[in-house]
Structures are given as C-alpha cells and as structure tokens.
Write a protein that binds this ligand. Structure first.
Ligand code: NDP
Length: 484
C-alpha cells in the first residue's frame, strides 16, 4: 500500500491529479492528517465516462468467467493487504479496528460471492407455442454504471456494487464519499493489480457535484447510489427523467420491538450492537426501541448501564468498543438533534458529548438513550446518524407493529419474542426490507437481498445476493425459429 496515502483519479488505467490536494483528518485525532486526495475536476469526470464507454465493448465481449477471475484475484489481494487496509480505514473513518477488519473480511467474501455468480444460469428455456420455436431468456450488461457511495462502509459498499457490475459485464465510473477516498482507492488498486483492463473501472473522488454530473450524463446507463434520502431522491429524479436505471439504498428509522416474553439478556446484547456498532452510523442501526410496558423500565435501566460501561476512544487502541463519529460536523448535528428532542420533552437517560481531555478532541458522542411516550417527536421519525436511540413503551403486539411501521422508512426492524405466531406475523406485517427476530436490526448476510421499502429505497432490484444481477443486467426474451 502507498505509504504516503494519497489518491487521485483513475482514468483509463492512469492515475491523474485533479484539483489541489485536500487533507483528510483522523476523526479520533482531528489535528492529525491521514493522507490527501486530489478531487476530480469536472473535466476528469467527463474523461472517466468517455473511458468507461470506450472500454465497454471489449469488456462485455469477455466471458463472465474470465471477468470473475479478475474479481477473485482482487479479493485475494485485498485479503493479503487486509491489515494495512483495516488500519487505514480506522484512521480515515473512525470505526474500531475490529470493525474495520470485519469489513475487510466481508469485502473479500463479497467479491468472491459475486464472482461465483459468473457460473449461474444465463437464461431460462421455455416451452413454446410453436413446435419449431426455441423460446428463451437472455441477459446482457446494462452498460456504463455510475456507483456513488457513502463513507460509513468505505470498502464494502463499493465492493457490493462494483463486483456484480463487473462480473455481469458493465464498466464503471466510481465516485466515493469525500471523507473516505483513501480506503475506496484501495479497492480500485486491487482490481487494477488483479489485471482489470484500462477504462473498465474509473475512479473520481470529488464533491457531490461530480456525482451529480455523472447522474445527468446521458452516457451513463445506470446509477447505483447509497447515501442520504434527499440526495437519493434528487438522483432518482434526474436519472429516471432521462431513462437511466436507478438503484437507491437510503436511510432508515429502524425499530426494535421487545415484547414481554423476550429473553432480556439476548435483547440487550443485540440492542447494544444495534445502536452503537459503527458509532450508530449505519443505515440499519436501531433507532427506536418499542418496549412492552411490563419490561420497559428494567430494559431502560439495564441498557443505560451497558451503554455507560462501553469503552469509547481511538479505534486503533486495544479494548476500545466504540470509535468517534466521522466528523465534528456529524457529531454536532447528532448532538443538536438530541438537544432538540430534550427541548420537545424527551428525557435524556444517558449519553451526550464526550469531553474527556484524554480523548484528543476526537469527534465522540457517548451512546445516548432518550425516553419518551410521544411517538410524534422528530427524533422518533427522522434519522439521526449516530449512537442515539429512543425508548418508548407499547402495550401489546398490535400497537408495537403499528408504531414500528409508522414512519415513512422501511429498511430494517427487529422483534424480540418467543411467540411463534408473532414471529410469523413479523415477516408478513413489518413494512421493512429486512426483518430480524431475536437479533439486531444491523445483521445481514451478503448472499441475501439487502435493501428497504418505501422511503428507504427505490422500486427495482435490491442489492447483494442473487438479486444483484437483476440490476446489472437487462433481461431479454429471444425467439428463434429455423431458417425457412
Ligand atoms: P450523502 O447522501 O451526502 O452522500 C453519499 C454520496 O453521494 C457521497 O459520495 C456524496 O459525495 C455523494 N453526493 C452528495 N451530493 C450529491 C449529489 N447532489 N449528487 C450526486 N452525488 C452526491 O450521504 P452520506 O455520505 O452523508 O452518508 C450517510 C447517509 O447515507 C445516511 O443518511 C444513511 O442513512 C445513508 N446510508 C444508507 C445505507 C443503505 O444501505 N440504505 C447505507 C449507508 C448509508 P460527498 O461525500 O463528496 O459529499
């Protein structure tokens, strides 16, 4: 890995400098610089799209099995470089080293998984109404894909977009988040070192304006985006208006229902992980706990104790269980939302800013619990991207499910119960893309579909698992009769 930690744009196989280098600061030590990146200019982004278009015919003409070999080789390279990438991730984004290592391992598996899809059935043969006709489906790549990604999973989210895009024959222009271009660049380096032909992946770190330029570019056939709801909706409007395919993975307001018969120990362990892993900066993080009134007070007390016992600090240090937020601005925004909830009447049970001078001015926020009975508070409806959860009492299963569904989001939900009927009902009635029973809202498997419903997503195929292919290919019906 480049010891100087600098990254620019990759255009048609060549690293290029754009605007003046920008310093990237460590969230745990804001005065320390992790490295620099040179933001892509508009002209470079334009060249990136041209390069992706030019590389498309040769790339799509290769067999998917040959394309998958390159993706598998990139997985091996990331595995070999794993420890260095994980340490860089912790310094650049702030998550703990254990979390960064986990993300690297998951990225390796994700690349391997999508590579294996090269061997999946290419189409289906159907019975025809004409005895001499051969009727079948056939898949082709969509074309040039723009991948626009957030900072909270700077390696994994790009991997779960780029791997299926590449295996299924598309070329890519990849715009990472401006907080994490260094780690994102490591995925691109691994693909290049694995033998990816020039122009197949082009990398344009830069501002949101570069992302918007890609979305509006008529040479881009599909846009896959993970990030905030307002940006996602803007992308959807622009891309769909010009007939491009769009995939959106947006925010959530994920409820965890804890019923009277729940195993409290099991629920508490999952809730601590659901609220605090990644410092709560996960789209699937638990945002509301709907606790049956009979166990509400005990749960609140025990959760507060566990939050207060968590070790907060620089994620590179042994024993640290929760790192800082990604930036001072992010921390201040979350803090302001907590203060506003308290003004609206919520009780601050534990948490708030961390001012320990030993923590070097890092962007920390202690895991925070708010308690209220008012489900209409803004904090109960709008996503707050940090380690903050609101606990609310409910009186039974019907109320719990109604309250759980009563936001515009529909990403993930959890239910803690031993009742088989409630478990079956959860899969049917919770209006979310990912239902978790007796486990955290944040859990997911790379070979199952990932994504939400309603305001958390956009119509169309979900990411990950077999469904990933449906976004990155077009399905055709083909009818062949013998030449007459
Ligand atoms: P943003 O939406 O601000 O940014 C996401 C990406 O979009 C970044 O690369 C950003 O660039 C780029 N971008 C910003 N403005 C535009 C624009 N106008 N047109 C095109 N691209 C643009 O989100 P965050 O990075 O702040 O990520 C946090 C949010 O993402 C949270 O709301 C969270 O819920 C959501 N999220 C959802 C996930 C899911 O799977 N559903 C997973 C992870 C996060 P730049 O960085 O340069 O601003």
């Amino acid at each position: 890995m480049d010891a100087t930690h600098h990254v620019g744009s990759l255009i048609d196989g060549t690293w290029r400098e754009g605007a003046d280098p920008v310093a990237l600061h460590e969230p745990a030590h804001p005065t320390q610089v992790v490295g620099t990146f040179s933001p892509a200019t508009s002209a470079l982004a334009d060249e990136a799209v041209a390069a992706a278009r030019a590389a498309l015919p040769a790339w799509r003409a290769m067999t998917s099995i040959d394309r998958a070999r390159i993706v598998r080789k990139a997985a091996s390279l990331i595995e070999d470089r794993g420890e260095a990438i994980a340490r860089l991730m912790t310094r650049e984004e702030g998550k703990t080293l254990a979390e960064s290592r986990g993300e690297v391992h998951r990225t390796v598996d994700t690349l391997h998984y999508h590579a294996t899809q090269a061997w999946s059935a290419a189409g289906t043969v159907y019975t025809s109404s004409n005895p001499v006709e051969h009727a079948a489906t056939h898949r082709v790549p969509v074309g040039v894909v723009a991948a626009i990604t957030p900072w909270n999973f700077p390696l994994l989210i790009p991997a779960w977009k780029l791997a299926p895009a590449l295996v299924h024959g598309n070329t890519v222009v990849f715009k990472p988040a401006s907080f994490t271009p260094l780690v994102a660049g490591e995925l691109v380096r691994a693909l290049l070192d694995a033998g990816l032909p020039d122009g197949v992946v082009n990398f344009v770190p830069g501002s949101g304006a570069i992302g918007a330029q890609l979305v509006a570019d008529g040479r881009i056939d599909a846009v896959t985006f993970t990030g905030s709801e307002p940006v996602g909706r803007e992308i959807q409007t622009v891309a769909t208006a010009r007939g491009a395919k769009v995939q959106l993975e947006l925010g959530g307001h994920n409820p965890a229902i804890v019923l009277a018969d729940a195993n409290l120990e099991q629920a508490l362990t999952a809730l601590v992980a659901g609220v605090t892993s990644g410092s709560g900066q996960k789209c699937t993080a638990t945002r509301r706990i709907l606790a049956h009134r009979s166990i509400h007070d005990e749960l609140l007390g025990q959760l507060a104790k566990r939050f207060e016992a968590l070790v907060i600090g620089d994620g590179l240090q042994d024993g640290v269980q929760m790192g800082p937020l990604v930036s001072g601005h992010a921390r201040d925004e979350v803090d302001a939302e907590v203060a506003s909830a308290v003004r609206e009447g919520a009780e601050l049970v534990t948490g708030g800013p961390v001012t320990d001078p030993a923590l070097d001015g890092g962007h920390y926020l202690a895991p925070t619990i708010l308690a209220t009975t008012d489900h209409t508070l803004r904090i109960c409806r709008e996503e707050v991207f940090g380690p903050v959860v609101t606990v609310l009492p409910v009186d039974g299963v019907d109320e719990a499910f109604d309250r759980a569904n009563d936001t515009r989001f529909g990403l993930a939900a959890a239910v803690f119960t031993a009742d088989e009927q409630v478990i079956r009902r959860a899969a049917d009635d919770l209006a979310v893309g990912m239902v978790n029973v007796n486990c955290s809202t944040t859990g997911s498997e790379l070979h199952l579909p990932f994504g939400g419903m309603r305001a958390s997503s956009a119509p169309g195929p979900k990411e990950q698992g077999e469904t990933a292919r449906d976004f990155y290919t077009e399905l055709k019906a083909v009818y062949v009769v013998p030449a007459g």
